[in-house]
Design a protein around this ligand. Structure first.
Ligand SMILES: C[S@@+](CC[C@H](N)C(=O)[O-])C[C@H]1O[C@@H](n2cnc3c(N)ncnc32)[C@H](O)[C@@H]1O
Length: 396
Protein backbone atom coordinates (compact mmCIF):
# COMPACT_ATOMS: atom_id res chain seq x y z
CA UNK A 1 0.00 0.00 0.00
CA UNK A 2 1.35 3.45 -0.80
CA UNK A 3 2.12 6.02 1.84
CA UNK A 4 -0.87 8.10 2.89
CA UNK A 5 0.61 11.21 1.26
CA UNK A 6 0.58 9.59 -2.14
CA UNK A 7 -2.71 7.83 -1.97
CA UNK A 8 -5.41 8.57 -4.45
CA UNK A 9 -8.96 8.70 -3.16
CA UNK A 10 -9.51 5.11 -4.31
CA UNK A 11 -6.67 3.68 -2.20
CA UNK A 12 -6.81 5.96 0.80
CA UNK A 13 -6.92 4.21 4.17
CA UNK A 14 -10.63 4.45 4.74
CA UNK A 15 -12.17 2.25 7.38
CA UNK A 16 -13.82 -0.95 6.35
CA UNK A 17 -17.45 -0.60 7.43
CA UNK A 18 -18.17 -4.30 7.47
CA UNK A 19 -19.20 -4.64 11.09
CA UNK A 20 -20.60 -2.26 13.66
CA UNK A 21 -19.12 -0.93 16.89
CA UNK A 22 -21.53 -0.26 19.72
CA UNK A 23 -21.75 3.35 20.78
CA UNK A 24 -21.06 4.41 24.37
CA UNK A 25 -24.14 4.99 26.53
CA UNK A 26 -26.19 7.83 25.23
CA UNK A 27 -27.61 10.66 27.19
CA UNK A 28 -31.20 11.71 27.25
CA UNK A 29 -33.02 14.53 28.89
CA UNK A 30 -33.47 18.20 28.32
CA UNK A 31 -30.29 20.03 29.03
CA UNK A 32 -29.04 23.41 29.51
CA UNK A 33 -29.40 26.53 27.63
CA UNK A 34 -26.00 28.23 27.59
CA UNK A 35 -24.77 28.89 31.09
CA UNK A 36 -23.90 32.53 30.71
CA UNK A 37 -26.60 34.14 32.80
CA UNK A 38 -29.01 31.22 32.38
CA UNK A 39 -29.52 28.45 34.90
CA UNK A 40 -29.24 24.75 34.26
CA UNK A 41 -32.32 23.96 36.31
CA UNK A 42 -33.67 21.36 33.93
CA UNK A 43 -30.36 19.64 33.45
CA UNK A 44 -30.92 15.90 33.76
CA UNK A 45 -28.27 13.25 33.47
CA UNK A 46 -30.23 10.19 32.58
CA UNK A 47 -28.09 7.55 30.97
CA UNK A 48 -30.02 5.08 28.90
CA UNK A 49 -28.57 1.65 29.07
CA UNK A 50 -29.11 -0.36 25.94
CA UNK A 51 -29.73 -3.71 27.55
CA UNK A 52 -31.62 -6.36 25.68
CA UNK A 53 -34.71 -7.40 27.69
CA UNK A 54 -34.36 -10.97 26.52
CA UNK A 55 -31.00 -11.36 28.27
CA UNK A 56 -31.60 -13.41 31.38
CA UNK A 57 -29.44 -14.57 34.26
CA UNK A 58 -28.85 -17.92 32.54
CA UNK A 59 -27.33 -16.15 29.54
CA UNK A 60 -23.55 -16.45 29.54
CA UNK A 61 -21.67 -13.35 28.42
CA UNK A 62 -18.69 -14.10 26.28
CA UNK A 63 -15.42 -12.40 27.27
CA UNK A 64 -13.54 -10.29 24.73
CA UNK A 65 -9.95 -11.58 24.49
CA UNK A 66 -8.88 -8.03 23.58
CA UNK A 67 -10.05 -6.62 26.90
CA UNK A 68 -12.52 -3.86 27.59
CA UNK A 69 -12.14 -1.60 24.57
CA UNK A 70 -14.97 -1.68 22.07
CA UNK A 71 -12.62 -2.53 19.29
CA UNK A 72 -8.88 -2.75 19.17
CA UNK A 73 -7.52 0.02 16.92
CA UNK A 74 -4.78 -2.24 15.60
CA UNK A 75 -7.32 -4.38 13.77
CA UNK A 76 -7.56 -1.70 11.06
CA UNK A 77 -6.40 -2.57 7.59
CA UNK A 78 -4.11 0.41 7.31
CA UNK A 79 -0.58 0.98 6.20
CA UNK A 80 1.72 -0.33 8.90
CA UNK A 81 3.78 2.88 9.05
CA UNK A 82 0.87 4.95 10.29
CA UNK A 83 0.03 2.43 13.00
CA UNK A 84 3.59 2.05 14.32
CA UNK A 85 2.94 4.49 17.08
CA UNK A 86 5.63 6.44 18.90
CA UNK A 87 5.99 5.14 22.46
CA UNK A 88 7.02 7.74 25.02
CA UNK A 89 6.67 7.85 28.80
CA UNK A 90 4.41 4.82 28.80
CA UNK A 91 1.95 6.31 26.29
CA UNK A 92 1.57 5.97 22.53
CA UNK A 93 1.36 8.86 20.05
CA UNK A 94 0.39 9.12 16.39
CA UNK A 95 2.95 7.91 13.85
CA UNK A 96 1.72 9.71 10.74
CA UNK A 97 3.42 13.14 10.82
CA UNK A 98 5.17 11.92 13.95
CA UNK A 99 5.64 14.60 16.56
CA UNK A 100 3.22 17.19 15.23
CA UNK A 101 0.56 16.62 17.94
CA UNK A 102 1.54 16.17 21.58
CA UNK A 103 -1.31 14.13 23.02
CA UNK A 104 -1.55 10.32 23.31
CA UNK A 105 -3.72 8.04 21.21
CA UNK A 106 -3.69 4.91 23.41
CA UNK A 107 -6.70 2.99 24.69
CA UNK A 108 -6.65 4.77 28.00
CA UNK A 109 -6.94 8.13 26.24
CA UNK A 110 -9.54 6.94 23.72
CA UNK A 111 -11.71 5.64 26.55
CA UNK A 112 -11.42 9.02 28.24
CA UNK A 113 -12.33 10.81 25.02
CA UNK A 114 -15.43 8.65 24.67
CA UNK A 115 -16.40 9.54 28.23
CA UNK A 116 -15.71 13.23 27.61
CA UNK A 117 -17.79 13.02 24.45
CA UNK A 118 -20.82 11.90 26.46
CA UNK A 119 -20.32 14.64 29.07
CA UNK A 120 -20.01 17.36 26.44
CA UNK A 121 -23.09 16.08 24.66
CA UNK A 122 -24.96 16.45 27.95
CA UNK A 123 -23.66 19.98 28.28
CA UNK A 124 -25.04 20.78 24.83
CA UNK A 125 -28.47 19.46 25.68
CA UNK A 126 -27.94 16.20 23.82
CA UNK A 127 -27.30 18.10 20.59
CA UNK A 128 -24.66 17.05 18.10
CA UNK A 129 -24.68 20.43 16.33
CA UNK A 130 -25.94 23.99 16.59
CA UNK A 131 -25.90 24.71 12.84
CA UNK A 132 -29.48 24.68 11.55
CA UNK A 133 -29.76 21.07 10.37
CA UNK A 134 -32.90 19.00 10.76
CA UNK A 135 -34.54 15.93 9.25
CA UNK A 136 -36.32 18.33 6.86
CA UNK A 137 -33.06 20.04 5.99
CA UNK A 138 -30.29 17.43 6.42
CA UNK A 139 -26.66 18.04 5.53
CA UNK A 140 -25.48 16.20 2.45
CA UNK A 141 -21.71 15.99 2.75
CA UNK A 142 -20.18 16.34 6.22
CA UNK A 143 -16.55 16.51 7.41
CA UNK A 144 -15.32 16.15 11.00
CA UNK A 145 -11.73 17.38 11.33
CA UNK A 146 -9.68 15.67 14.08
CA UNK A 147 -12.40 13.10 14.63
CA UNK A 148 -10.58 11.06 17.31
CA UNK A 149 -12.65 8.00 18.16
CA UNK A 150 -15.14 9.05 15.47
CA UNK A 151 -18.10 9.03 17.81
CA UNK A 152 -19.53 12.28 16.46
CA UNK A 153 -19.37 10.96 12.87
CA UNK A 154 -21.07 7.73 13.89
CA UNK A 155 -23.95 9.54 15.57
CA UNK A 156 -24.28 11.98 12.68
CA UNK A 157 -24.35 9.02 10.31
CA UNK A 158 -27.18 7.49 12.33
CA UNK A 159 -29.12 10.74 12.55
CA UNK A 160 -28.73 11.58 8.86
CA UNK A 161 -28.65 8.30 6.93
CA UNK A 162 -28.77 10.09 3.59
CA UNK A 163 -25.67 12.16 4.38
CA UNK A 164 -22.10 11.20 3.58
CA UNK A 165 -20.03 11.64 6.75
CA UNK A 166 -16.21 11.77 6.66
CA UNK A 167 -13.88 12.01 9.62
CA UNK A 168 -10.16 12.76 9.37
CA UNK A 169 -7.40 12.30 11.91
CA UNK A 170 -3.66 11.78 12.28
CA UNK A 171 -4.38 8.51 14.09
CA UNK A 172 -6.27 5.55 12.60
CA UNK A 173 -8.01 4.83 15.90
CA UNK A 174 -11.61 4.88 14.71
CA UNK A 175 -13.76 1.75 14.85
CA UNK A 176 -14.49 -0.27 11.74
CA UNK A 177 -18.04 -1.06 12.61
CA UNK A 178 -19.77 2.17 11.71
CA UNK A 179 -22.82 3.18 9.66
CA UNK A 180 -22.34 2.64 5.95
CA UNK A 181 -22.43 6.37 5.28
CA UNK A 182 -19.45 7.03 7.61
CA UNK A 183 -15.81 6.91 6.46
CA UNK A 184 -12.56 7.74 8.18
CA UNK A 185 -9.31 8.93 6.60
CA UNK A 186 -5.81 9.47 7.93
CA UNK A 187 -4.76 13.01 7.18
CA UNK A 188 -2.86 15.96 8.55
CA UNK A 189 -5.52 18.63 8.24
CA UNK A 190 -2.92 21.38 8.52
CA UNK A 191 -1.75 20.41 5.06
CA UNK A 192 -3.66 20.51 1.78
CA UNK A 193 -6.65 18.22 1.97
CA UNK A 194 -5.82 15.50 -0.53
CA UNK A 195 -8.13 12.68 0.27
CA UNK A 196 -11.35 13.84 -1.34
CA UNK A 197 -12.09 14.65 -4.94
CA UNK A 198 -10.98 18.14 -5.87
CA UNK A 199 -14.44 19.15 -7.05
CA UNK A 200 -16.09 17.82 -3.88
CA UNK A 201 -17.62 20.37 -1.55
CA UNK A 202 -19.02 19.98 1.93
CA UNK A 203 -22.10 21.57 3.36
CA UNK A 204 -21.02 21.09 6.95
CA UNK A 205 -17.54 21.01 8.52
CA UNK A 206 -17.15 20.35 12.24
CA UNK A 207 -14.38 20.28 14.85
CA UNK A 208 -14.53 19.34 18.51
CA UNK A 209 -11.82 19.51 21.18
CA UNK A 210 -9.02 20.12 18.70
CA UNK A 211 -7.11 22.95 20.37
CA UNK A 212 -3.48 21.97 20.64
CA UNK A 213 -3.62 20.75 17.04
CA UNK A 214 -3.42 24.09 15.24
CA UNK A 215 -0.69 26.66 14.85
CA UNK A 216 -2.82 29.19 13.05
CA UNK A 217 -6.60 28.86 13.12
CA UNK A 218 -7.10 30.72 9.88
CA UNK A 219 -4.44 29.02 7.81
CA UNK A 220 -4.70 25.55 9.29
CA UNK A 221 -8.43 25.01 9.14
CA UNK A 222 -10.77 27.99 8.80
CA UNK A 223 -9.69 29.26 5.38
CA UNK A 224 -9.51 25.71 4.00
CA UNK A 225 -12.93 24.95 5.45
CA UNK A 226 -14.36 28.10 3.94
CA UNK A 227 -12.88 27.28 0.55
CA UNK A 228 -14.17 23.69 0.65
CA UNK A 229 -17.68 24.54 1.79
CA UNK A 230 -20.42 24.98 -0.74
CA UNK A 231 -22.11 28.40 -0.61
CA UNK A 232 -24.63 28.28 2.22
CA UNK A 233 -22.61 25.56 4.01
CA UNK A 234 -21.81 25.73 7.72
CA UNK A 235 -18.67 25.47 9.83
CA UNK A 236 -19.01 24.67 13.53
CA UNK A 237 -16.39 24.44 16.29
CA UNK A 238 -17.04 22.95 19.73
CA UNK A 239 -13.92 23.72 21.71
CA UNK A 240 -12.80 24.10 25.32
CA UNK A 241 -10.68 26.91 26.69
CA UNK A 242 -8.08 25.28 28.93
CA UNK A 243 -7.65 28.29 31.22
CA UNK A 244 -9.05 27.66 34.70
CA UNK A 245 -11.55 30.38 35.62
CA UNK A 246 -13.37 31.37 38.80
CA UNK A 247 -16.07 33.99 39.40
CA UNK A 248 -15.58 34.48 43.13
CA UNK A 249 -12.56 34.88 45.39
CA UNK A 250 -12.15 31.19 46.22
CA UNK A 251 -9.32 30.53 43.75
CA UNK A 252 -5.90 31.64 45.03
CA UNK A 253 -3.31 32.81 42.50
CA UNK A 254 -1.22 29.74 43.27
CA UNK A 255 -4.06 27.23 42.81
CA UNK A 256 -2.16 24.21 41.50
CA UNK A 257 -4.61 23.38 38.74
CA UNK A 258 -4.67 26.92 37.37
CA UNK A 259 -0.88 27.23 37.57
CA UNK A 260 -0.57 23.88 35.80
CA UNK A 261 -2.92 24.72 32.93
CA UNK A 262 -1.28 28.14 32.54
CA UNK A 263 2.06 26.34 32.24
CA UNK A 264 0.65 23.90 29.69
CA UNK A 265 -0.67 26.86 27.70
CA UNK A 266 2.75 28.54 27.79
CA UNK A 267 4.57 25.34 26.84
CA UNK A 268 2.21 24.59 23.98
CA UNK A 269 2.36 28.15 22.67
CA UNK A 270 6.17 28.01 22.82
CA UNK A 271 6.21 25.29 20.16
CA UNK A 272 3.51 26.88 18.02
CA UNK A 273 0.42 25.00 19.20
CA UNK A 274 -1.47 27.58 21.28
CA UNK A 275 -4.16 26.16 23.53
CA UNK A 276 -5.98 29.47 24.01
CA UNK A 277 -7.93 29.36 20.78
CA UNK A 278 -11.59 28.65 21.56
CA UNK A 279 -12.44 32.33 22.08
CA UNK A 280 -10.82 33.26 18.75
CA UNK A 281 -13.00 31.18 16.43
CA UNK A 282 -15.78 33.77 16.20
CA UNK A 283 -13.46 36.61 15.20
CA UNK A 284 -11.34 34.58 12.79
CA UNK A 285 -14.42 33.05 11.17
CA UNK A 286 -15.71 36.54 10.47
CA UNK A 287 -12.32 37.58 9.08
CA UNK A 288 -12.36 34.61 6.72
CA UNK A 289 -15.80 35.62 5.47
CA UNK A 290 -18.33 33.51 7.36
CA UNK A 291 -21.63 35.22 8.07
CA UNK A 292 -24.36 34.58 10.65
CA UNK A 293 -21.58 33.66 13.08
CA UNK A 294 -22.95 32.77 16.49
CA UNK A 295 -21.28 31.71 19.72
CA UNK A 296 -22.59 30.15 22.91
CA UNK A 297 -20.48 29.33 25.92
CA UNK A 298 -21.01 26.93 28.79
CA UNK A 299 -19.32 26.81 32.15
CA UNK A 300 -18.19 23.36 33.25
CA UNK A 301 -17.35 23.12 36.98
CA UNK A 302 -14.09 21.25 37.65
CA UNK A 303 -15.69 19.17 40.41
CA UNK A 304 -18.89 18.88 42.44
CA UNK A 305 -18.57 22.30 44.14
CA UNK A 306 -21.84 23.82 42.86
CA UNK A 307 -24.93 23.72 45.07
CA UNK A 308 -27.28 23.03 42.16
CA UNK A 309 -27.70 19.29 41.71
CA UNK A 310 -27.31 19.29 37.95
CA UNK A 311 -24.19 21.46 38.04
CA UNK A 312 -22.86 19.26 40.81
CA UNK A 313 -23.37 16.15 38.67
CA UNK A 314 -21.75 17.84 35.72
CA UNK A 315 -18.82 18.91 37.92
CA UNK A 316 -18.34 15.38 39.23
CA UNK A 317 -18.23 14.02 35.71
CA UNK A 318 -15.77 16.71 34.64
CA UNK A 319 -13.65 15.94 37.71
CA UNK A 320 -13.48 12.31 36.58
CA UNK A 321 -12.57 13.45 33.08
CA UNK A 322 -9.80 15.70 34.42
CA UNK A 323 -8.39 13.13 36.82
CA UNK A 324 -8.27 10.43 34.15
CA UNK A 325 -6.98 12.83 31.49
CA UNK A 326 -4.51 15.05 33.31
CA UNK A 327 -1.54 12.83 32.48
CA UNK A 328 -2.53 12.71 28.82
CA UNK A 329 -2.81 16.50 28.45
CA UNK A 330 0.40 17.08 30.43
CA UNK A 331 2.88 14.42 29.38
CA UNK A 332 3.62 15.79 25.89
CA UNK A 333 4.17 19.45 26.80
CA UNK A 334 6.06 18.62 30.01
CA UNK A 335 8.37 16.10 28.34
CA UNK A 336 8.83 17.54 24.86
CA UNK A 337 8.85 21.22 25.75
CA UNK A 338 9.88 21.37 29.41
CA UNK A 339 12.23 18.37 29.24
CA UNK A 340 10.82 16.58 32.29
CA UNK A 341 11.07 12.81 32.65
CA UNK A 342 8.28 10.41 33.53
CA UNK A 343 8.99 10.46 37.28
CA UNK A 344 9.15 14.22 37.42
CA UNK A 345 5.87 14.47 35.54
CA UNK A 346 4.15 12.01 37.87
CA UNK A 347 5.43 13.91 40.90
CA UNK A 348 4.26 17.20 39.44
CA UNK A 349 0.76 15.83 38.86
CA UNK A 350 0.19 14.75 42.47
CA UNK A 351 -0.81 18.21 43.78
CA UNK A 352 -2.61 18.95 40.50
CA UNK A 353 -4.89 15.95 41.03
CA UNK A 354 -5.51 17.08 44.61
CA UNK A 355 -6.47 20.52 43.28
CA UNK A 356 -8.89 19.05 40.75
CA UNK A 357 -10.91 17.60 43.62
CA UNK A 358 -10.71 20.65 45.89
CA UNK A 359 -14.34 21.74 46.15
CA UNK A 360 -13.42 24.83 48.21
CA UNK A 361 -12.27 26.41 44.95
CA UNK A 362 -15.16 27.32 42.65
CA UNK A 363 -13.29 26.86 39.41
CA UNK A 364 -14.59 26.01 35.97
CA UNK A 365 -13.67 25.53 32.34
CA UNK A 366 -15.40 27.41 29.55
CA UNK A 367 -16.71 25.50 26.54
CA UNK A 368 -17.35 27.38 23.29
CA UNK A 369 -19.65 26.48 20.42
CA UNK A 370 -19.24 28.72 17.41
CA UNK A 371 -20.95 28.27 14.07
CA UNK A 372 -21.23 30.32 10.90
CA UNK A 373 -22.32 30.12 7.30
CA UNK A 374 -20.44 30.59 4.04
CA UNK A 375 -22.40 33.25 2.16
CA UNK A 376 -23.95 32.76 -1.26
CA UNK A 377 -22.29 34.69 -4.14
CA UNK A 378 -25.19 37.17 -4.34
CA UNK A 379 -24.70 37.98 -0.64
CA UNK A 380 -21.03 38.66 -1.27
CA UNK A 381 -21.92 41.05 -4.08
CA UNK A 382 -24.45 42.85 -1.91
CA UNK A 383 -21.97 43.07 0.91
CA UNK A 384 -19.23 44.33 -1.41
CA UNK A 385 -21.55 46.97 -2.86
CA UNK A 386 -22.61 48.02 0.61
CA UNK A 387 -19.22 48.05 2.27
CA UNK A 388 -16.80 48.55 -0.56
CA UNK A 389 -15.03 45.37 0.58
CA UNK A 390 -14.95 43.19 -2.52
CA UNK A 391 -12.46 40.69 -1.13
CA UNK A 392 -14.48 39.72 1.93
CA UNK A 393 -14.38 35.99 2.50
CA UNK A 394 -11.85 34.99 -0.09
CA UNK A 395 -14.34 32.58 -1.64
CA UNK A 396 -13.26 30.56 -4.67
C1 LIG B 1 -8.67 15.69 21.77
S1 LIG B 1 -8.94 14.75 20.33
C2 LIG B 1 -10.66 15.11 20.01
C3 LIG B 1 -11.30 14.08 19.16
C4 LIG B 1 -12.78 14.29 18.86
N1 LIG B 1 -12.98 15.42 17.99
C5 LIG B 1 -13.59 14.40 20.12
O1 LIG B 1 -14.20 15.44 20.35
O2 LIG B 1 -13.60 13.45 20.89
C6 LIG B 1 -8.14 15.71 19.04
C7 LIG B 1 -7.91 14.89 17.80
O3 LIG B 1 -7.35 15.75 16.78
C8 LIG B 1 -6.43 14.97 16.03
N2 LIG B 1 -5.49 15.85 15.34
C9 LIG B 1 -4.51 16.58 15.89
N3 LIG B 1 -3.83 17.25 14.95
C10 LIG B 1 -4.39 16.92 13.76
C11 LIG B 1 -4.10 17.27 12.43
N4 LIG B 1 -3.11 18.10 12.11
N5 LIG B 1 -4.87 16.74 11.45
C12 LIG B 1 -5.88 15.88 11.75
N6 LIG B 1 -6.19 15.51 13.02
C13 LIG B 1 -5.45 16.03 14.01
C14 LIG B 1 -5.77 14.10 17.08
O4 LIG B 1 -5.13 12.99 16.52
C15 LIG B 1 -6.93 13.76 18.00
O5 LIG B 1 -7.53 12.55 17.63
Amino acid sequence: MSSPENQSSSERPATDNSSRRDAPPQASGAVAPPLDGVSLMNYEFTFQQHVDDRVTASFRIEADPNGSRLESPDTHSITSSISKYRVENGRTFHAYKDGSYMYPNDEQELDRQDYQYVVLKHVMGGKLYFAPWSQEKPPRNVLDIGTGTGQWCIEMGDEFPSANISGTDLSPVQPRDVPENVHFYVEDSREDWQWYAQNETFDYIHTRMTVGAWQDLKEDILQKSYDRLAPGGWFEAQEIQCTILCDDDTMPDDFELKVHFDDLEDASAAIGRPLKLAHKFKQVMREVGFVDVEEVTYKIPINGWPRNRQYKQLGKMWEHNLITGIHAVSVGPLHRVRGLNQNQIQMMLVPVRTAISDSRVHAYHKFFIVWGRKPFPNELQTSAQGSGDATMGGAP
